[in-house]
Design a protein around this ligand. Structure first.
Ligand code: FE
Length: 197
């Protein structure tokens, strides 16, 4: 199989899922989860330009944006020791580990102004975990390694790069700050020209 065909087949099947179950978070998560598990079960398809770390910050490369904004597919690349800030998503999301390992820590605000942190969970290749406003939407993800790159493939129920969401400043009592992530890349891989000379 040409390596990008895996991603194309994922995009085709995920599109069918969101087409079948519009506005149904549970059905979309249930439908996309096994597709993502299958995609990250093979580490032979992600082009190097979407797997390149930055020296300072984790990177997010858009792989596919549904034209109707129903979902997006992003490769997240962590250099050694890199981590996200505490952040939310405001839509459903699935994280599938492709390479290396990552540590996910959930956070939950309490009505008394305190926050509680869940136990850090180590995610190995092939593992898929979910976030959403109904399941628990605030977390950090960190590279489990301080000497190599880790990569995960994320799927969201919106064009996540343009979603108005928030990061939370731990040094200021989890103060909420507006956040729109954008993407590190200017162009997505061309999934549609296989079979041509
Ligand atoms: Fe996240």
């Amino acid at each position: 199989m040409s390596s990008l065909l895996r991603l194309r087949e994922f995009v085709v099947e995920a599109t069918r899922v969101v087409e079948r179950a519009p506005d149904d978070e549970r059905a979309q998560l249930a439908g996309v989860r096994p597709l993502l598990a299958d995609l990250v079960a093979h580490d032979d398809w992600l082009p190097d330009e979407y797997a390149t770390p930055d020296a300072q910050y984790y990177r997010q490369y858009l792989l596919h944006a549904d034209p109707l904004g129903r979902f997006s597919v992003v490769s997240f690349v962590w250099g050694p020791g890199q981590t996200t800030p505490v952040h939310d998503h405001r839509t459903w999301g699935l994280v599938g580990i492709l390479r290396g390992a990552e540590v996910s820590t959930a956070y939950e605000p309490r009505t008394n102004g305190n926050w509680i942190a869940g136990a850090p969970e180590r995610l190995e290749p092939g593992r898929v975990v979910a976030v959403s406003p109904t399941l628990g939407d605030i977390h950090t993800i960190a590279n489990a390694f301080d000497d190599r790159v880790s990569i995960s493939i994320h799927v969201y129920g919106a064009n996540i790069g343009e979603v108005r969401r928030a990061v939370y400043d731990v040094s200021k009592g989890f103060e909420e700050k507006p956040f729109v992530s954008g993407y590190a890349n200017a162009a997505t891989p061309n999934l549609w020209n296989f079979g041509r000379a």
